[in-house]
Design a protein around this ligand. Structure first.
Ligand SMILES: NC(=O)c1ccc[n+]([C@@H]2O[C@H](COP(=O)([O-])OP(=O)(O)OC[C@H]3O[C@@H](n4cnc5c(N)ncnc54)[C@H](OP(=O)(O)O)[C@@H]3O)[C@@H](O)[C@H]2O)c1
Length: 302
C-alpha cells in the first residue's frame, strides 16, 4: 500500500537504464529505502493513492520516475515524480519519457543554466536521453549540435531536431564546432562520455560555457589542462538524479509539467528502439549493452 504522499501504479511498461544493468551486476546498489527490484521509470495506471495525495485519480494514465522497483506488476513512487500521459502518446511508449526528461531538464536547465538563444552540444544524440533532449531543446528554439557513432544515428539525430550531427568516428567534434561557430564554441555541453572528452569539451566550449556530465563512460580519470577553464571562465559540473530527495524531484517534475509536457505528443515524442516482454529482461539488457539502439528500450508487463 502507498504511504503518505505516495501512489501505487499498476505498471504497463518499464524503461531500461544503464543503472539497471549495473545494479543487475551488483555494481550499483539502490538508494536506502528503495525497492531492491530493478527499474527506475514506468508507465501505467494509478491503482491506489496514499494519504495527502491530491490532483491525481485512480485509473489515471501516468508515467513516473521511481527510486527502484519498476520491473514489476505494481510500483510505488512519490506523487511528485508523476507525470500525466497525454492522450496522443501510447501508454507503453510513455515509459520511455521520465528518466530522459528529468535528466535532460535538470542538467541542461538547472545545472547548465541554458538561456534563450544559447547553443547546446548533446553528446550521444541517439541515446535514450539524447533522443529526447534534442527534441525538447530544439522545440524551445535552441541550435543543437550532437555526436553519434554512425551515419545512420546522425541521420536519426537530425530527425529529432539537431542542426548538426557529427559522426565522431569520422569527424573531430572540436574542429567541426570551431569551424561552424566561427571559433566561438557551444554555450552548454551535456556529456555522457567523459575520459578524453573532458579536455575536448573544454576546447569546444564558448566563453562562460557550462559543461555538465551525467556519465563518464570513457572513464573518470584523465589528465586535464585547466588553463582554458580559467581564461574562458568555464564551469565544469556533474550530477546524478536517483538519490535526490522527493522534493527535489518534484521541483523538476513541476518544471517539466509547465515547460515541456504541453509539447509532448506533438513536437516531442518518445523514441522507442525496441520493446521486450518482462520475461526477456536479460535479453533486453544485452541489447542495451551492445549500444546499437536508437532511443529507449522498454519492458512490457503483460
Ligand atoms: N547522471 C544521471 O542522473 C543519469 C541519469 C540517467 C542516465 N545517466 C547515464 O547517461 C548515459 C546515457 O543514458 P541512456 O539511458 O541514454 O543510455 P543509452 O541509450 O544506452 O545511450 C548510451 C549512449 O552512449 C554513447 N556512447 C557509449 N560509449 C561511447 C563512447 N565511448 N563515445 C561516445 N559515445 C558513446 C552511445 O552512442 P554511440 O553508439 O553513438 O556511441 C549511446 O547512444 C548512461 O551512461 C547513463 O548511465 C545518468
Amino acid at each position: 500500500m502507498p504511504g503518505p504522499g505516495q501512489v501505487l501504479i499498476q505498471v504497463a511498461a518499464a524503461g531500461l537504464n544503464n543503472a539497471d544493468l549495473l545494479q543487475g551486476r551488483g555494481l550499483y546498489p539502490p538508494p536506502p529505502g528503495a525497492s531492491p527490484i530493478l527499474g527506475m521509470e514506468v508507465s501505467g495506471t494509478i491503482a491506489e493513492l496514499g494519504a495527502g495525495v491530491s490532483g491525481w485519480n485512480k485509473g489515471e494514465e501516468v508515467c513516473a520516475l521511481l527510486p527502484g522497483g519498476g520491473y514489476s506488476e505494481y510500483a510505488l513512487t512519490d506523487s511528485g515524480s508523476l507525470l500525466p500521459v497525454p492522450g496522443s502518446v501510447n501508454l507503453i511508449e510513455a515509459a520511455g519519457l521520465p528518466e530522459a526528461a528529468f535528466t535532460a531538464w535538470t542538467n541542461i536547465m538547472d545545472t547548465g543554466r541554458l538561456a534563450p538563444g544559447e547553443t547546446l552540444l548533446i553528446h550521444g544524440g541517439t541515446s535514450g536521453i539524447g533522443s529526447l533532449a534534442i527534441q525538447i531543446f530544439a522545440a524551445r528554439g535552441h541550435t543543437i549540435f550532437t555526436t553519434a557513432g554512425s551515419d545512420e544515428k546522425c541521420q536519426a539525430a537530425r530527425g529529432f531536431g539537431a542542426a548538426r550531427a557529427i559522426n565522431y568516428r569520422k569527424e573531430d567534434f572540436v574542429e567541426v564546432i570551431k569551424a561552424e561557430t566561427k571559433g566561438k564554441g557551444m554555450d552548454v555541453i551535456l556529456d555522457m562520455v567523459g575520459g578524453d572528452y573532458i579536455q575536448r569539451n573544454i576546447a569546444a566550449a564558448a566563453p562562460w560555457g557550462r559543461i555538465v556530465n551525467i556519465a563518464y563512460q570513457n572513464g573518470f580519470k584523465t589528465e586535464v589542462d585547466f588553463a582554458a577553464v580559467l581564461t574562458r571562465r568555464l564551469t565544469l559540473a556533474a550530477t546524478t538524479l536517483r538519490g535526490r530527495t522527493p522534493e527535489q524531484k518534484r521541483a523538476i517534475r513541476d518544471a517539466l509539467l509547465g515547460e515541456v509536457w504541453p509539447l509532448v505528443g506533438t513536437r516531442i515524442k518518445p523514441v522507442i528502439a525496441r520493446t521486450f516482454p518482462l520475461a526477456e529482461a536479460q535479453e533486453a539488457h544485452q541489447f542495451m549493452a551492445k549500444t546499437g539502439h536508437i532511443g529507449k528500450i522498454l519492458l512490457q508487463m503483460a
